[in-house]
Design a protein around this ligand. Sequence first.
Ligand code: ZN
Length: 72
Amino acid sequence: MQSKRLRVSEDQLSERLDFDNPQFVFKPNEQHEWRQQGPYLICKSCDIQHAVYIGMKKKLIGLEEDGKPIFE
Ligand SMILES: [Zn+2]
């Protein structure tokens, strides 16, 4: 007698659709190491690369102690 049956319940399938992974929470208030690239500030210190558009008229000259960008 064979009783081999692979049963995948609907509950098991829905567990894979969990996107609330805490590892991917972005913390905008953390300190960032900004580098200017054209009209963008590119963060070099975060695992997730992100950028902020500042426009061509601004020029990054440094960072404050708390990580805020200083413009000319
Ligand atoms: Zn960052």
